[in-house]
Write a protein that binds this ligand. Structure first.
Ligand code: AMP
Length: 487
């Protein structure tokens, strides 16, 4: 049976630390704060105490609120800890899905945190069910732990490698056992994972370098595709579960998802976004009075646009930092209300001006439509929308929350139609070549080191359980046809 298009475990943030002089859980807490942008639906921290027992505290909502409980850290003793920040789409909110997940049925007990999405999760779950596995959550993330538990390999590392070889899709895992911490990255390195070291010798493995900075850890290396990084009291060792690898890291990490102060595979996210903005300006020269960005994710791109075009950069939109995210609201009406509560216009900047509005992406079109209307209501003479990434037409199955083609405005409408829907005076996207040039990864494989499937349909791996559903959707939406208008 084809997999339903669903989103249970998506972007997320992971953080592990080994060998802290003092309580590791507190370090994990600090680190997770820097990863809060990767999810706001839940968070958890697990620590291993002197008796090698796993103790966990987790909850739903924002990290600060969850760990505001005066007893939250009571049982989180020990020099090693593992944390997780959860991103979930509407409908999957239950505490059972909040990580880290614990596995205590074997001699070697362990815990894991995951970022990504497996493309063969249903097949693996079916196989696991037949072996008698009882799942502790709805999340695909636990599959790795379940596979490790049923493996017959002699060593824990052997079991990790065997299990990793059975999984497909995008996965960045950090595992913690009483003897070691492990990082495991899928053969395409679709999700970011980075290793750092603190002055006290503690080793950190986490989703983004901004979390290394937060806990005063120096960058050591990015976890490479197909690698297993092993950290124990003797230091850091590198192993592989497969040599059949090809780096295609998710380009949406650079476009939207990662924090601008992070560096992924040697590329500063902020600088990459500035170049995206500059290139969309160069590709589409336009006369205007002022350039504004949509706070916060497109401010870097808007700066790049302004510098390249010579048009003054201004603060035309203000974000209310205290309104929750709108993207995953279950209904369109709630999403629209959310956008209007989240953003407001600085009228003096906009009134009687020809405005360039830079945003990082258009998914459903809710944000752009609302902002264009707000700017026009504030007296803008014209609004030219410039998107610092290409037209988003294809779903992602590797862990970014854009899985339903029916929800993607770019999959259902031409650029000209989208321009009319969002009521902009003009609309231009960055080209795929421009995106690749802007990110500029030092990688010469056929994908330039990037997954750009959402924009060009070039999935770097087979889609396994999703293929049938995707084919049916794609056929319905004529995704395979060359779209002349979109160029
Ligand atoms: P929409 O309003 O649906 O067109 O969403 C576009 C806005 O959502 C953009 O301004 C992005 O900053 C943001 N965005 C893009 N991709 C995602 C994602 N996967 N999850 C949450 N927000 C996103």
């Amino acid at each position: 049976m084809p997999n339903e298009v669903k989103s249970l475990n998506d972007e997320c943030g992971v953080f592990g630390v080994w060998g802290v002089e003092g309580p590791a859980a507190k370090v994990a807490y600090s680190g997770l704060h820097a990863l809060q942008h990767r999810g706001q639906e839940g968070a958890g921290i697990l620590a291993i105490d002197a008796n090698k027992r796993l103790n966990r505290y987790r909850g739903q909502g924002l990290l600060g609120a969850i760990f505001d409980d005066p007893h939250a850290f009571d049982r989180l003793h020990g020099n090693a800890a593992l944390g997780h920040i959860r991103y979930a789409t509407a409908g999957s909110h239950t505490i059972n899905n909040v990580q880290p997940f614990m596995f205590e049925n074997t001699e070697t007990h362990f815990a894991l945190s995951h970022n990504g999405n497996l493309t063969n999760a249903d097949t693996l779950k079916e196989m696991l069910r037949k072996t008698g596995t009882i799942f502790q959550s709805d999340s695909d993330s636990e599959i790795f732990g379940d596979l490790i538990e049923i493996s017959n390999q002699d060593t824990f590392l052997g079991r990790i490698k065997e299990a990793a070889n059975q999984m497909h899709g995008g996965f960045a895992y950090v595992l913690l056992s009483p003897d070691a911490m492990y990082a495991v990255c899928d053969p395409n390195g679709l999700r970011p994972l980075v290793v750092g070291r603190r002055k006290d010798g503690a080793v950190v493995i986490c989703s983004e370098t901004c979390a290394l900075d937060q806990v005063q850890a120096e960058y050591v290396r990015d976890v490479q595709p197909g690698e297993v990084v092993i950290v124990d009291d003797s230091g850091i060792k590198i192993d592989h579960f497969t040599e059949d690898t090809e780096l295609t890291i998710c380009s949406m990490e650079y476009v939207y998802f990662a924090r601008p102060d992070s560096v992924i595979h040697g590329v500063s996210v902020h600088e990459a976004r500035k170049r995206m903005g500059a290139l969309v300006a160069r590709e589409n020269p336009t006369k205007a009075d002022v350039v504004i960005g949509v706070p916060n994710s497109s401010l870097s791109a808007a700066m790049g646009y302004a510098i390249e075009s010579g048009i003054p950069y201004e603060m035309g939109l203000i974000k209310n930092q205290y309104v929750a995210r709108t993207f995953i609201e279950p209904t369109q009406e709630r999403r629209e209300r959310g956008v209007s509560m989240k953003l407001s216009v600085v009228k003096s900047v906009i009134k009687d001006k020809d405005v360039i509005l830079v945003d990082d992406s258009i998914v459903r079109g809710t944000t752009s439509r609302f902002i264009v209307k707000m700017l026009k209501d504030a007296g803008a003479k014209s609004v030219h929308v410039r998107i610092a990434s290409p037209d988003l037409k294809y779903p992602c199955f590797y862990g970014i929350d854009i899985q339903k083609p029916s929800e993607l405005i770019g999959a259902n409408h031409s650029v000209e139609e989208i321009k009319d829907i969002i009521e902009a005076d003009s609309l231009k996207y960055l080209s795929v070549e421009g995106l690749i040039e802007a990110i500029d990864l030092d990688c010469d494989n056929q994908y330039h080191g990037l997954c750009t499937a959402y924009f060009d349909g070039k999935y770097p791996t087979p889609l396994y359980d999703y293929q049938e559903t995707y084919d049916a959707e794609a056929k319905r939406l004529h995704l395979y046809e060359e779209d002349e208008v979109n160029g």
